[in-house]
Write a protein that binds this ligand. Structure first.
Ligand code: F6P
Length: 553
Protein backbone atom coordinates (compact mmCIF):
# COMPACT_ATOMS: atom_id res chain seq x y z
CA UNK A 1 0.00 0.00 0.00
CA UNK A 2 1.30 3.46 -0.87
CA UNK A 3 1.89 5.94 1.96
CA UNK A 4 0.03 9.27 2.00
CA UNK A 5 3.24 11.07 1.07
CA UNK A 6 3.85 8.80 -1.89
CA UNK A 7 0.29 9.28 -3.09
CA UNK A 8 0.61 13.06 -2.75
CA UNK A 9 3.89 12.96 -4.63
CA UNK A 10 2.28 10.88 -7.36
CA UNK A 11 -0.49 13.44 -7.66
CA UNK A 12 1.88 16.40 -7.79
CA UNK A 13 2.51 17.93 -11.18
CA UNK A 14 5.86 19.14 -9.92
CA UNK A 15 7.12 15.70 -8.91
CA UNK A 16 5.84 14.23 -12.17
CA UNK A 17 7.46 16.87 -14.37
CA UNK A 18 10.29 15.98 -16.71
CA UNK A 19 12.52 18.67 -15.22
CA UNK A 20 12.02 17.30 -11.69
CA UNK A 21 12.62 13.71 -12.74
CA UNK A 22 15.78 14.69 -14.59
CA UNK A 23 17.06 16.26 -11.38
CA UNK A 24 16.15 13.15 -9.41
CA UNK A 25 18.10 10.95 -11.81
CA UNK A 26 21.03 13.34 -11.71
CA UNK A 27 20.88 13.39 -7.90
CA UNK A 28 21.43 9.63 -7.73
CA UNK A 29 24.75 10.18 -9.51
CA UNK A 30 25.68 13.22 -7.43
CA UNK A 31 24.86 11.41 -4.18
CA UNK A 32 27.79 9.11 -4.95
CA UNK A 33 30.25 11.93 -5.60
CA UNK A 34 32.31 13.52 -2.86
CA UNK A 35 33.27 17.17 -2.77
CA UNK A 36 36.88 15.97 -2.60
CA UNK A 37 36.43 14.45 -6.06
CA UNK A 38 34.62 17.47 -7.48
CA UNK A 39 37.41 19.80 -6.40
CA UNK A 40 40.11 17.42 -7.60
CA UNK A 41 38.49 17.21 -11.03
CA UNK A 42 38.39 20.98 -11.53
CA UNK A 43 41.15 23.17 -10.19
CA UNK A 44 39.14 26.28 -11.11
CA UNK A 45 36.05 25.15 -9.19
CA UNK A 46 36.44 27.84 -6.50
CA UNK A 47 36.23 30.61 -9.11
CA UNK A 48 33.78 28.88 -11.42
CA UNK A 49 31.12 28.38 -8.78
CA UNK A 50 31.10 31.90 -7.37
CA UNK A 51 29.34 35.08 -8.40
CA UNK A 52 29.11 38.64 -7.18
CA UNK A 53 26.20 41.09 -6.93
CA UNK A 54 25.40 44.30 -5.06
CA UNK A 55 28.60 44.04 -3.04
CA UNK A 56 28.15 40.38 -2.07
CA UNK A 57 30.43 37.56 -3.16
CA UNK A 58 28.58 34.23 -3.18
CA UNK A 59 30.81 31.16 -3.14
CA UNK A 60 28.82 27.99 -3.75
CA UNK A 61 31.73 25.82 -4.84
CA UNK A 62 31.36 23.75 -1.67
CA UNK A 63 27.82 22.76 -2.62
CA UNK A 64 27.42 19.21 -3.90
CA UNK A 65 26.71 20.16 -7.47
CA UNK A 66 28.34 20.44 -10.86
CA UNK A 67 27.70 22.31 -14.10
CA UNK A 68 25.03 19.79 -15.10
CA UNK A 69 23.21 20.32 -11.78
CA UNK A 70 23.04 24.03 -12.47
CA UNK A 71 21.82 23.43 -16.01
CA UNK A 72 19.01 21.20 -14.73
CA UNK A 73 18.06 23.60 -11.93
CA UNK A 74 17.94 26.52 -14.34
CA UNK A 75 15.76 24.44 -16.67
CA UNK A 76 13.46 23.71 -13.73
CA UNK A 77 13.21 27.43 -13.01
CA UNK A 78 12.21 28.02 -16.63
CA UNK A 79 9.48 25.40 -16.72
CA UNK A 80 8.13 26.50 -13.35
CA UNK A 81 7.78 30.01 -14.78
CA UNK A 82 10.15 31.71 -12.34
CA UNK A 83 11.05 34.53 -14.78
CA UNK A 84 7.35 35.28 -15.36
CA UNK A 85 6.67 35.24 -11.62
CA UNK A 86 9.54 37.63 -10.97
CA UNK A 87 8.19 39.96 -13.66
CA UNK A 88 4.69 39.72 -12.13
CA UNK A 89 6.01 40.61 -8.68
CA UNK A 90 7.89 43.68 -9.94
CA UNK A 91 4.86 44.77 -11.99
CA UNK A 92 2.61 44.78 -8.91
CA UNK A 93 0.40 41.89 -10.00
CA UNK A 94 -1.71 40.18 -7.35
CA UNK A 95 0.75 37.36 -6.76
CA UNK A 96 -0.46 36.83 -3.18
CA UNK A 97 -3.37 34.82 -4.52
CA UNK A 98 -5.05 33.72 -1.29
CA UNK A 99 -5.22 37.30 -0.04
CA UNK A 100 -5.75 38.71 -3.54
CA UNK A 101 -3.09 41.40 -3.35
CA UNK A 102 0.33 42.24 -4.74
CA UNK A 103 3.52 41.52 -2.79
CA UNK A 104 5.34 44.67 -3.63
CA UNK A 105 8.10 45.12 -1.07
CA UNK A 106 10.43 45.94 -3.99
CA UNK A 107 8.49 49.21 -4.40
CA UNK A 108 9.59 50.24 -0.90
CA UNK A 109 13.11 50.77 -2.15
CA UNK A 110 12.54 52.05 -5.67
CA UNK A 111 14.20 55.41 -6.32
CA UNK A 112 11.97 58.48 -6.34
CA UNK A 113 12.17 58.87 -10.13
CA UNK A 114 10.50 55.50 -10.74
CA UNK A 115 6.74 55.16 -11.21
CA UNK A 116 4.71 52.08 -10.49
CA UNK A 117 0.95 52.13 -10.78
CA UNK A 118 -1.13 49.80 -8.62
CA UNK A 119 -4.89 50.25 -8.97
CA UNK A 120 -4.21 53.58 -10.67
CA UNK A 121 -1.99 54.94 -7.87
CA UNK A 122 1.71 55.61 -8.12
CA UNK A 123 2.97 53.58 -5.16
CA UNK A 124 6.54 54.87 -5.48
CA UNK A 125 5.36 58.45 -4.91
CA UNK A 126 3.39 57.28 -1.85
CA UNK A 127 6.42 55.42 -0.50
CA UNK A 128 8.59 58.52 -0.81
CA UNK A 129 5.97 60.73 0.81
CA UNK A 130 6.04 58.45 3.90
CA UNK A 131 9.83 58.28 3.85
CA UNK A 132 9.96 62.09 3.86
CA UNK A 133 7.58 62.27 6.87
CA UNK A 134 9.62 59.62 8.68
CA UNK A 135 12.85 61.52 7.98
CA UNK A 136 11.42 64.82 9.23
CA UNK A 137 10.12 63.21 12.42
CA UNK A 138 13.34 61.28 13.07
CA UNK A 139 15.36 64.47 12.70
CA UNK A 140 13.13 66.18 15.27
CA UNK A 141 13.65 63.40 17.77
CA UNK A 142 17.37 63.09 17.04
CA UNK A 143 17.99 66.84 17.41
CA UNK A 144 15.79 67.20 20.47
CA UNK A 145 13.18 69.38 18.74
CA UNK A 146 10.58 66.73 19.64
CA UNK A 147 10.19 66.74 23.39
CA UNK A 148 8.27 64.67 25.88
CA UNK A 149 5.15 65.97 27.63
CA UNK A 150 7.12 67.65 30.40
CA UNK A 151 9.64 69.19 28.02
CA UNK A 152 12.34 66.55 28.50
CA UNK A 153 14.40 65.35 25.59
CA UNK A 154 13.64 61.80 24.41
CA UNK A 155 16.44 59.42 25.41
CA UNK A 156 14.75 56.02 25.30
CA UNK A 157 12.74 54.54 22.46
CA UNK A 158 10.80 51.32 22.88
CA UNK A 159 9.55 49.55 19.77
CA UNK A 160 6.48 47.45 20.49
CA UNK A 161 5.56 44.89 17.85
CA UNK A 162 5.83 41.19 17.07
CA UNK A 163 6.75 39.01 14.08
CA UNK A 164 7.59 41.23 11.15
CA UNK A 165 6.87 44.29 13.27
CA UNK A 166 9.69 43.29 15.62
CA UNK A 167 12.15 40.88 14.04
CA UNK A 168 13.13 43.18 11.16
CA UNK A 169 13.49 46.28 13.34
CA UNK A 170 15.46 44.54 16.08
CA UNK A 171 17.67 42.68 13.61
CA UNK A 172 18.43 45.89 11.68
CA UNK A 173 19.08 47.86 14.86
CA UNK A 174 21.54 45.25 16.11
CA UNK A 175 23.14 44.89 12.69
CA UNK A 176 23.66 48.63 12.28
CA UNK A 177 24.35 49.51 15.91
CA UNK A 178 27.80 50.74 14.90
CA UNK A 179 26.11 53.51 12.88
CA UNK A 180 23.53 54.36 15.55
CA UNK A 181 23.21 57.56 17.56
CA UNK A 182 24.38 56.26 20.94
CA UNK A 183 22.56 59.00 22.84
CA UNK A 184 19.29 57.23 21.97
CA UNK A 185 18.68 54.00 23.83
CA UNK A 186 16.53 51.64 21.71
CA UNK A 187 14.69 48.67 23.15
CA UNK A 188 12.29 46.12 21.69
CA UNK A 189 9.28 44.51 23.31
CA UNK A 190 7.45 41.72 21.51
CA UNK A 191 6.39 38.87 23.79
CA UNK A 192 2.97 38.98 25.46
CA UNK A 193 4.84 37.64 28.51
CA UNK A 194 4.69 40.66 30.86
CA UNK A 195 8.33 40.05 31.73
CA UNK A 196 9.37 41.37 28.33
CA UNK A 197 7.69 44.72 28.90
CA UNK A 198 8.57 44.97 32.60
CA UNK A 199 12.27 44.30 32.05
CA UNK A 200 12.40 46.69 29.08
CA UNK A 201 11.06 49.66 31.05
CA UNK A 202 12.19 48.94 34.61
CA UNK A 203 15.04 51.48 34.56
CA UNK A 204 13.42 54.02 32.22
CA UNK A 205 12.14 57.49 32.96
CA UNK A 206 8.64 57.86 31.41
CA UNK A 207 9.24 61.57 30.81
CA UNK A 208 12.12 60.69 28.45
CA UNK A 209 10.64 57.58 26.87
CA UNK A 210 8.89 57.27 23.54
CA UNK A 211 6.98 54.22 22.31
CA UNK A 212 6.72 53.20 18.67
CA UNK A 213 3.79 50.83 18.36
CA UNK A 214 4.28 48.80 15.19
CA UNK A 215 1.51 46.62 13.86
CA UNK A 216 0.37 46.20 10.29
CA UNK A 217 -3.15 45.30 11.40
CA UNK A 218 -3.13 47.00 14.81
CA UNK A 219 -5.21 44.11 16.10
CA UNK A 220 -2.42 41.73 17.13
CA UNK A 221 -3.09 40.54 20.67
CA UNK A 222 0.50 40.64 21.91
CA UNK A 223 1.22 44.09 20.55
CA UNK A 224 -2.00 45.63 21.82
CA UNK A 225 -1.49 44.11 25.28
CA UNK A 226 2.02 45.58 25.44
CA UNK A 227 0.88 48.91 24.01
CA UNK A 228 -1.83 49.15 26.68
CA UNK A 229 0.73 48.28 29.35
CA UNK A 230 2.95 51.06 28.00
CA UNK A 231 0.04 53.49 28.03
CA UNK A 232 -0.75 52.68 31.68
CA UNK A 233 2.94 52.93 32.62
CA UNK A 234 3.22 56.31 30.90
CA UNK A 235 0.01 57.73 32.41
CA UNK A 236 0.82 56.46 35.90
CA UNK A 237 3.86 58.73 35.86
CA UNK A 238 2.80 61.66 33.71
CA UNK A 239 -0.85 61.78 34.89
CA UNK A 240 -2.20 63.54 31.82
CA UNK A 241 -3.92 61.98 28.77
CA UNK A 242 -2.29 64.64 26.60
CA UNK A 243 1.06 62.97 27.29
CA UNK A 244 0.10 60.13 24.94
CA UNK A 245 0.53 62.40 21.92
CA UNK A 246 4.15 63.17 22.88
CA UNK A 247 5.14 59.65 23.93
CA UNK A 248 3.42 57.38 21.41
CA UNK A 249 3.66 57.06 17.66
CA UNK A 250 2.18 54.26 15.59
CA UNK A 251 3.18 52.43 12.42
CA UNK A 252 0.30 50.64 10.75
CA UNK A 253 -1.83 50.21 7.65
CA UNK A 254 -5.00 50.83 9.66
CA UNK A 255 -5.57 54.43 10.76
CA UNK A 256 -8.98 53.56 12.23
CA UNK A 257 -7.54 51.00 14.67
CA UNK A 258 -4.71 53.37 15.59
CA UNK A 259 -7.24 56.12 16.43
CA UNK A 260 -9.35 53.63 18.42
CA UNK A 261 -6.28 52.82 20.51
CA UNK A 262 -5.91 56.53 21.26
CA UNK A 263 -2.90 57.52 19.17
CA UNK A 264 -3.49 60.66 17.12
CA UNK A 265 -3.33 59.72 13.39
CA UNK A 266 -1.04 62.75 13.00
CA UNK A 267 1.52 60.62 14.86
CA UNK A 268 1.02 57.63 12.61
CA UNK A 269 3.24 56.46 9.76
CA UNK A 270 1.45 54.35 7.23
CA UNK A 271 2.21 51.56 4.85
CA UNK A 272 0.14 49.37 2.59
CA UNK A 273 -1.55 45.98 2.50
CA UNK A 274 0.81 44.95 -0.30
CA UNK A 275 3.71 44.91 2.19
CA UNK A 276 3.83 41.58 4.01
CA UNK A 277 4.76 41.80 7.71
CA UNK A 278 7.97 39.81 7.21
CA UNK A 279 8.86 41.96 4.18
CA UNK A 280 8.31 45.28 5.97
CA UNK A 281 11.56 46.29 7.68
CA UNK A 282 12.25 48.80 4.90
CA UNK A 283 8.78 50.40 5.19
CA UNK A 284 7.68 52.69 8.05
CA UNK A 285 8.08 49.58 10.24
CA UNK A 286 11.76 50.54 10.01
CA UNK A 287 11.07 53.81 11.88
CA UNK A 288 13.23 52.68 14.82
CA UNK A 289 16.02 51.82 12.37
CA UNK A 290 15.83 55.28 10.83
CA UNK A 291 15.76 56.86 14.25
CA UNK A 292 18.89 54.98 15.24
CA UNK A 293 21.00 55.45 12.12
CA UNK A 294 19.44 58.59 10.63
CA UNK A 295 17.60 59.15 7.35
CA UNK A 296 20.72 59.28 5.13
CA UNK A 297 21.95 55.87 6.25
CA UNK A 298 18.43 54.48 6.04
CA UNK A 299 18.48 55.65 2.39
CA UNK A 300 21.80 53.77 1.95
CA UNK A 301 20.10 50.65 3.26
CA UNK A 302 17.25 51.08 0.79
CA UNK A 303 19.81 51.56 -1.98
CA UNK A 304 21.37 48.22 -0.98
CA UNK A 305 17.99 46.52 -1.18
CA UNK A 306 17.37 48.13 -4.55
CA UNK A 307 20.76 47.14 -5.94
CA UNK A 308 19.98 43.49 -5.19
CA UNK A 309 16.43 43.90 -6.56
CA UNK A 310 17.76 45.25 -9.83
CA UNK A 311 20.32 42.49 -10.07
CA UNK A 312 17.60 39.89 -9.41
CA UNK A 313 15.29 41.48 -11.97
CA UNK A 314 17.83 41.89 -14.75
CA UNK A 315 20.83 39.56 -14.37
CA UNK A 316 21.00 36.52 -16.62
CA UNK A 317 19.80 33.38 -14.88
CA UNK A 318 23.19 31.69 -14.74
CA UNK A 319 24.71 34.73 -12.97
CA UNK A 320 21.72 35.65 -10.84
CA UNK A 321 22.65 35.44 -7.17
CA UNK A 322 19.23 35.18 -5.47
CA UNK A 323 18.00 32.81 -8.19
CA UNK A 324 20.97 30.48 -7.76
CA UNK A 325 20.76 30.73 -3.98
CA UNK A 326 17.09 29.69 -4.11
CA UNK A 327 17.72 26.88 -6.59
CA UNK A 328 20.57 25.53 -4.48
CA UNK A 329 18.19 25.47 -1.51
CA UNK A 330 15.78 23.39 -3.64
CA UNK A 331 18.61 21.08 -4.68
CA UNK A 332 19.69 20.55 -1.10
CA UNK A 333 16.29 20.00 0.43
CA UNK A 334 14.43 18.21 -2.36
CA UNK A 335 17.20 16.19 -3.99
CA UNK A 336 19.96 15.72 -1.41
CA UNK A 337 17.63 15.32 1.58
CA UNK A 338 18.92 18.22 3.68
CA UNK A 339 16.28 18.79 6.33
CA UNK A 340 17.54 22.08 7.61
CA UNK A 341 19.47 25.20 6.77
CA UNK A 342 21.84 26.67 9.34
CA UNK A 343 22.54 30.37 8.85
CA UNK A 344 25.85 31.13 10.51
CA UNK A 345 26.92 34.77 10.55
CA UNK A 346 30.53 35.33 11.57
CA UNK A 347 29.62 38.83 12.68
CA UNK A 348 28.38 39.65 16.15
CA UNK A 349 26.22 42.50 14.85
CA UNK A 350 24.18 39.92 12.86
CA UNK A 351 23.23 37.98 15.97
CA UNK A 352 19.50 38.38 15.31
CA UNK A 353 19.76 37.60 11.60
CA UNK A 354 18.96 33.86 11.92
CA UNK A 355 15.80 34.68 13.93
CA UNK A 356 14.80 37.21 11.29
CA UNK A 357 15.32 34.64 8.53
CA UNK A 358 13.27 32.06 10.40
CA UNK A 359 10.16 34.18 9.97
CA UNK A 360 11.07 35.29 6.46
CA UNK A 361 11.63 31.78 5.14
CA UNK A 362 9.47 29.53 7.31
CA UNK A 363 6.39 31.78 7.45
CA UNK A 364 6.70 32.31 3.70
CA UNK A 365 7.32 28.76 2.56
CA UNK A 366 6.19 26.51 5.40
CA UNK A 367 3.16 25.43 3.35
CA UNK A 368 1.84 22.14 2.00
CA UNK A 369 -0.49 23.19 -0.80
CA UNK A 370 -0.07 25.03 -4.09
CA UNK A 371 -1.79 28.27 -5.14
CA UNK A 372 -4.60 26.08 -6.44
CA UNK A 373 -4.92 24.26 -3.10
CA UNK A 374 -3.43 20.93 -4.25
CA UNK A 375 -0.74 19.07 -2.34
CA UNK A 376 2.72 20.30 -3.33
CA UNK A 377 3.76 16.66 -3.16
CA UNK A 378 7.40 17.28 -2.26
CA UNK A 379 9.07 18.75 0.81
CA UNK A 380 8.86 22.52 1.09
CA UNK A 381 10.75 24.92 3.36
CA UNK A 382 13.64 23.43 5.32
CA UNK A 383 13.94 24.28 9.02
CA UNK A 384 16.00 27.44 9.34
CA UNK A 385 18.14 28.07 12.39
CA UNK A 386 21.51 29.40 13.44
CA UNK A 387 23.68 31.39 15.78
CA UNK A 388 26.63 33.66 15.23
CA UNK A 389 30.03 32.05 14.79
CA UNK A 390 32.21 31.25 16.63
CA UNK A 391 29.79 30.53 19.49
CA UNK A 392 27.95 27.87 17.49
CA UNK A 393 31.23 25.99 16.99
CA UNK A 394 31.35 25.26 20.72
CA UNK A 395 27.76 24.10 20.76
CA UNK A 396 25.91 22.48 17.85
CA UNK A 397 28.62 22.24 15.16
CA UNK A 398 29.45 18.75 16.44
CA UNK A 399 26.17 17.58 14.91
CA UNK A 400 26.81 19.43 11.66
CA UNK A 401 30.22 17.77 11.30
CA UNK A 402 29.54 14.25 12.49
CA UNK A 403 25.82 13.81 13.15
CA UNK A 404 23.45 11.67 11.12
CA UNK A 405 21.10 14.54 10.21
CA UNK A 406 21.88 16.56 7.18
CA UNK A 407 22.30 20.29 7.53
CA UNK A 408 23.08 22.73 4.73
CA UNK A 409 25.02 25.79 5.92
CA UNK A 410 25.17 29.42 4.84
CA UNK A 411 28.23 31.14 6.26
CA UNK A 412 28.17 34.93 6.25
CA UNK A 413 31.20 37.14 6.86
CA UNK A 414 32.84 40.50 6.20
CA UNK A 415 36.40 41.37 5.21
CA UNK A 416 36.58 44.42 7.46
CA UNK A 417 35.38 44.93 11.01
CA UNK A 418 34.08 48.04 12.72
CA UNK A 419 35.81 46.92 15.91
CA UNK A 420 39.40 45.87 15.29
CA UNK A 421 40.78 44.26 18.44
CA UNK A 422 44.34 43.00 17.94
CA UNK A 423 44.11 40.17 15.35
CA UNK A 424 40.65 38.99 16.42
CA UNK A 425 38.96 39.67 13.11
CA UNK A 426 41.50 37.44 11.36
CA UNK A 427 40.78 34.77 13.97
CA UNK A 428 37.05 35.11 13.40
CA UNK A 429 37.30 34.81 9.63
CA UNK A 430 39.87 32.02 9.85
CA UNK A 431 37.24 30.08 11.78
CA UNK A 432 34.59 30.81 9.15
CA UNK A 433 36.78 29.60 6.28
CA UNK A 434 37.97 26.61 8.32
CA UNK A 435 34.44 25.41 8.99
CA UNK A 436 33.49 25.37 5.31
CA UNK A 437 36.70 23.53 4.47
CA UNK A 438 36.28 20.96 7.25
CA UNK A 439 32.65 20.30 6.32
CA UNK A 440 33.47 19.80 2.65
CA UNK A 441 36.64 17.75 2.86
CA UNK A 442 36.51 16.14 6.28
CA UNK A 443 39.25 13.82 7.45
CA UNK A 444 39.54 10.28 6.12
CA UNK A 445 40.26 7.13 8.12
CA UNK A 446 43.65 6.94 6.42
CA UNK A 447 44.50 10.49 7.51
CA UNK A 448 43.40 9.71 11.04
CA UNK A 449 45.51 6.53 11.14
CA UNK A 450 48.50 8.35 9.67
CA UNK A 451 48.37 10.67 12.66
CA UNK A 452 48.88 7.68 14.92
CA UNK A 453 45.40 7.68 16.39
CA UNK A 454 44.71 4.35 18.16
CA UNK A 455 42.44 2.09 16.11
CA UNK A 456 39.65 2.10 18.72
CA UNK A 457 39.47 5.88 18.58
CA UNK A 458 39.73 6.23 14.84
CA UNK A 459 35.98 5.99 14.03
CA UNK A 460 35.31 8.86 16.43
CA UNK A 461 37.94 11.03 14.82
CA UNK A 462 36.91 10.50 11.18
CA UNK A 463 35.04 13.33 9.46
CA UNK A 464 33.27 12.00 6.41
CA UNK A 465 33.01 15.49 4.89
CA UNK A 466 30.87 16.10 1.80
CA UNK A 467 28.67 18.40 3.88
CA UNK A 468 27.60 21.32 1.73
CA UNK A 469 27.91 24.99 2.53
CA UNK A 470 27.88 28.36 0.81
CA UNK A 471 29.81 31.42 1.88
CA UNK A 472 28.53 34.96 1.52
CA UNK A 473 31.27 37.54 1.89
CA UNK A 474 31.05 41.34 1.69
CA UNK A 475 33.59 44.09 2.31
CA UNK A 476 32.00 45.43 5.51
CA UNK A 477 28.67 45.39 7.30
CA UNK A 478 27.12 48.75 6.53
CA UNK A 479 23.54 49.80 5.73
CA UNK A 480 23.98 49.10 2.00
CA UNK A 481 25.37 45.61 2.60
CA UNK A 482 22.58 44.78 5.05
CA UNK A 483 19.89 45.92 2.61
CA UNK A 484 21.39 43.84 -0.20
CA UNK A 485 21.70 40.79 2.07
CA UNK A 486 18.08 40.94 3.20
CA UNK A 487 16.87 41.42 -0.39
CA UNK A 488 18.96 38.41 -1.42
CA UNK A 489 17.17 36.17 1.11
CA UNK A 490 13.77 37.66 0.27
CA UNK A 491 14.25 36.81 -3.40
CA UNK A 492 15.75 33.40 -2.69
CA UNK A 493 12.65 32.65 -0.61
CA UNK A 494 10.47 33.83 -3.49
CA UNK A 495 12.30 31.61 -5.99
CA UNK A 496 11.80 28.56 -3.78
CA UNK A 497 8.10 29.36 -3.35
CA UNK A 498 7.76 29.78 -7.12
CA UNK A 499 9.31 26.37 -7.78
CA UNK A 500 6.91 24.76 -5.29
CA UNK A 501 4.03 26.91 -6.65
CA UNK A 502 3.05 28.06 -3.18
CA UNK A 503 1.84 31.44 -2.00
CA UNK A 504 4.89 32.77 -0.15
CA UNK A 505 3.00 35.82 1.10
CA UNK A 506 0.15 34.46 3.21
CA UNK A 507 0.35 32.81 6.66
CA UNK A 508 -2.89 30.98 7.34
CA UNK A 509 -1.01 28.51 9.51
CA UNK A 510 -0.84 30.98 12.39
CA UNK A 511 -4.63 31.43 12.61
CA UNK A 512 -5.84 28.33 14.43
CA UNK A 513 -3.60 28.89 17.46
CA UNK A 514 -4.78 32.51 17.69
CA UNK A 515 -8.46 31.46 17.73
CA UNK A 516 -7.91 28.75 20.34
CA UNK A 517 -5.84 31.11 22.52
CA UNK A 518 -8.78 33.55 22.58
CA UNK A 519 -11.13 30.82 23.73
CA UNK A 520 -8.72 29.48 26.35
CA UNK A 521 -7.91 33.03 27.46
CA UNK A 522 -11.59 33.56 28.30
CA UNK A 523 -11.64 30.27 30.23
CA UNK A 524 -8.54 31.23 32.22
CA UNK A 525 -9.99 34.68 32.90
CA UNK A 526 -13.47 33.57 34.02
CA UNK A 527 -14.19 34.17 37.72
CA UNK A 528 -15.53 30.61 38.22
CA UNK A 529 -14.26 27.51 36.47
CA UNK A 530 -16.26 27.30 33.24
CA UNK A 531 -17.32 23.96 31.72
CA UNK A 532 -14.41 22.80 29.56
CA UNK A 533 -14.90 21.06 26.24
CA UNK A 534 -11.33 20.61 25.03
CA UNK A 535 -9.50 17.30 24.86
CA UNK A 536 -8.65 15.73 28.23
CA UNK A 537 -5.03 16.91 28.11
CA UNK A 538 -5.90 20.58 27.49
CA UNK A 539 -8.70 20.45 30.09
CA UNK A 540 -6.27 19.11 32.71
CA UNK A 541 -3.69 21.79 31.90
CA UNK A 542 -6.30 24.54 32.23
CA UNK A 543 -7.51 23.21 35.61
CA UNK A 544 -3.97 22.87 36.96
CA UNK A 545 -3.04 26.37 35.79
CA UNK A 546 -6.11 27.89 37.41
CA UNK A 547 -5.23 26.22 40.72
CA UNK A 548 -1.59 27.29 40.71
CA UNK A 549 -1.40 30.63 38.95
CA UNK A 550 -0.10 33.90 40.36
CA UNK A 551 -2.95 35.79 42.02
CA UNK A 552 -4.15 38.70 39.85
CA UNK A 553 -2.81 42.14 40.78
O1 F6P B 1 2.35 35.75 13.10
C1 F6P B 1 1.46 36.21 12.16
C2 F6P B 1 1.66 37.65 11.79
O2 F6P B 1 0.58 38.02 11.05
C3 F6P B 1 2.97 37.91 11.04
O3 F6P B 1 2.89 37.59 9.70
C4 F6P B 1 3.16 39.36 11.32
O4 F6P B 1 4.45 39.78 11.01
C5 F6P B 1 2.83 39.40 12.79
O5 F6P B 1 1.75 38.50 12.93
C6 F6P B 1 2.48 40.74 13.35
O6 F6P B 1 1.37 41.29 12.71
P1 F6P B 1 1.01 42.81 12.86
O7 F6P B 1 2.13 43.62 12.27
O8 F6P B 1 -0.28 43.00 12.12
O9 F6P B 1 0.86 43.12 14.32
Amino acid sequence: MKSATTRAAAASALAASTAWKALQRHATTMQRRHLRELFAADTQRGERFAIEAAGWYFDFAKQRLDARTLELLLALAQVRGVPERVAAMFAGERINSTEDRPALHVALRMPRRRRLLVDGRDVVAEVHAVLARMAAWCERVRTGAWRGHTGERIRHVVNIGIGGSDLGPVMAFEALRHYADRSLDLRFVSNVDGTDFSEAVRDLDPARTLFIVCSKTFTTQETLANAHAARRWCLAALRDERAIARHFVAVSTDGGEVARFGIDPVNMFGFWDWVGGRYSMDSAIGLSTMLAIGPARFADMLAGFHAMDEHFRTAPAARNLPLLHGLIAIWNSNFLGMQSLAVLPYEQYLKRFPAYLQQLMMESNGKRVTHAGRAVGVDTCPIVWGEPGTNGQHSFYQLIHQGTRKVACDFIGFCATANPVANQHDLLIANLFAQGEALAFGKTAAEVRAQGVPAAQAPHRVFEGNRPSSTLLARRLDPHALGALVALYEHSTFVQGAIWDIDSFDQWGVELGKVLAKRIGAELGAARMPPLAHDSSTNALIRRYRRQRTPRQ
